[in-house]
Design a protein around this ligand. Sequence first.
Ligand code: ADP
Ligand code: MG
Length: 785
Amino acid sequence: PVHRTTEVQNARLRLPILAEEQQVMETINENPIVIVAGETGSGKTTQLPQFLYEAGYAQHKMIGVTEPRRVAAIAMSKRVAHEMNLPESEVSYLIRFEGNVTPATRIKFMTDGVLLKEIETDFLLSKYSVIILDEAHERSVYTDILVGLLSRIVPLRHKRGQPLKLIIMSATLRVSDFTENTRLFKIPPPLLKVEARQFPVTIHFQKRTPDDYVAEAYRKTLKIHNKLPEGGILIFVTGQQEVNQLVRKLRRTFPYHHAPTKDVAKNGKVSEEEKEETIDDAASTVEDPKELEFDMKRVIRNIRKSKKKFLAQMALPKINLDDYKLPGDDTEADMHEQPDEDDEQDGLEEDNDDELGLEDESGMGSGQRQPLWVLPLYSLLSSEKQNRIFLPVPDGCRLCVVSTNVAETSLTIPHIKYVVDCGRQKTRLYDKLTGVSAFVVTYTSKASADQRAGRAGRISAGHCYRLYSSAVYNDCFEDFSQPDIQKKPVEDLMLQMRCMGIDRVVHFPFPSPPDQVQLQAAEWRLIVLGALEAAKTENTDLPPAVTRLGHVISRFPVAPRFGKMLALSHQQNLLPYTVCLVAALSVQEVLIETGVQRDEDVAPGANRFHRKRQSWAASGNYQLLGDPMVLLRAVGAAEYAGSQGRLPEFCAANGLRQKAMSEVRKLRVQLTNEINLNVSDVELGVDPELKPPTDAQARFLRQILLAGMGDRVARKVPLADIADKEERRRLKYAYNCADMEEPAFLHVSSVLRQKAPEWVIYQEAYELQNGDSTKMFIRGITAIE
Ligand code: ADP
Ligand code: MG
């Protein structure tokens, strides 16, 4: 029996799902797999585990709940423990490097990555009686893979007479990928809809869509606070830095002065200490981008500290260039939480004007005497600080939460009446050509925007202020976002799944499968790369095994070919160079070359730049690396100039695209941070003054490039065999590439064009329109000795 406090009991009774407990439990008891859909805040995450507990599901085995985000795993386990009056040793959580699970744990909240990892060692999940996959509408890669795996595990457990229940929970009704996919579930699982109380939300679009949405969010919040009646404000921006920036600005404008008397409503829980923390929090947020990087490093270092013990056994082994054998190492699935997105329609009223006199500029600033209780919310925030959104607001204050899209569906913040939505989110985008990923800010989907708006209608009728125009919403917002699994490059996915022990990726029952032909091609490329073993016996029906090198590659958060380059560089202490190269190679058109658009058509100025580059390449060891060395040198020099505040002049003088240079820098920082976070024995910095490599280093770098680009080899078309003079001239710079029928040409911008070496590797082949016909070019050339 569970002993809840009356306060908790009363709060529960207000949740719509409680009225349906009996029906929910009957459906679960009678079906192995059930889908539960209900609007955010209806009580799915906090109540369902309790229903199951009270129905006896935790008696012999555990109830497992997965969340795509760490924030939710921690917050929800604490909330459920509190509601059930049980210690955290019984209602616990486990995220990648942190947790409070004990042998006494009955209900276990975890990230989806953690459960995937458990399947590797215990395929039948024998410790669990039920698995709840929460937030399935987010379509995170790991949750999608879990759905596929569990569709097979559930019948297996049934056969063994130890049934496992699977509950898939979604905040939206868009679940047809689960219910109508007969490869996944032969019998479509029943769908339970939980009705939620949702008050009307009035939508206010802006006439214009400003670029600086953080500044706009600030202005809008001032107006709301100054003019509109009581009710909490929830602001959506895209990332931690924006959250901190906005929190600080709002706190400065509407300071919360510690009231002399009892300053806290209800249970008087906000102590002197809490106050301190708040100030502390503000002080530690910084606006200067350099400091922010530092701040990011600090966060990472803190995480690293706490993960030390987990890492002891997964140190990245040294690998030899000729011999990939490693001392017995095991792999670690990448268990990042999801950054983002998704779903579902609210009954929304539209209106194109800023109503309620909000366009009036007068009365701005802190004319408003009422203090604003401003709280930040994002994934990496400590759980105590996250928890403050649920604590009572100090007397006389208005609640204002500045959040990333964590608050879209994962966490329900109480008392929100106004939503300010920037309409953007941070997404991991993959470059189709290179497979390098970067976080970029994009518009959300219509479904996401409506989900965000819905957060304003939980307690009464609310308002949503969208910081963009209805035209942008209609024209630029997709209806729904694609499942993450279809946005990821398949090579990556293939290697990752194989490292998790999923052998038949091609036959895997994905809810939304990636392209099958592509999966097959990816397998082949991974074999060429040495990440998968070349098939040994022909009659075996098993797919090629993952090599040790493959396991190491999978730890780097980049495309496998770059992963291999990074893995090899690590051994030679060349990581800073390779990181720089990978970053530079992933940004298009770092060097201004006019010939890129039309072959040979060199604009004034381009010649000068070209000669400059030739001289860079010619001096010292640069011939060793060819074009990639030019890139390395360009980035090194530009960053140095940048650190002296001379980036624009330097770029202009040397024919570099300044915007590309800033992108390279961002990528370098990102990649460096991710490597520090994912690879245990590495602590990289981003040195603005990257010294050119020595001869010996350049030789190694060439070997590394060769190893990573082994399938992108080209050989010069042998001119001596060609009798026709015209034809000989036409093919002067032509190369035969491994998997192309037509020859491709060395681009005029290549520093190796004069030399035109017999064998080369290239970073990229691309096609250019040339009048009516097209012509293939290769870029990023390195000569093979
Ligand atoms: P769903 O999963 O359907 O979105 P939840 O179970 O997460 O809904 O939330 C149900 C209710 O519980 C919400 O009104 C939410 O505000 C409240 N709640 C959740 N966590 C806490 C907490 N830590 N403190 C107070 N209320 C909470
Ligand atoms: Mg939930």
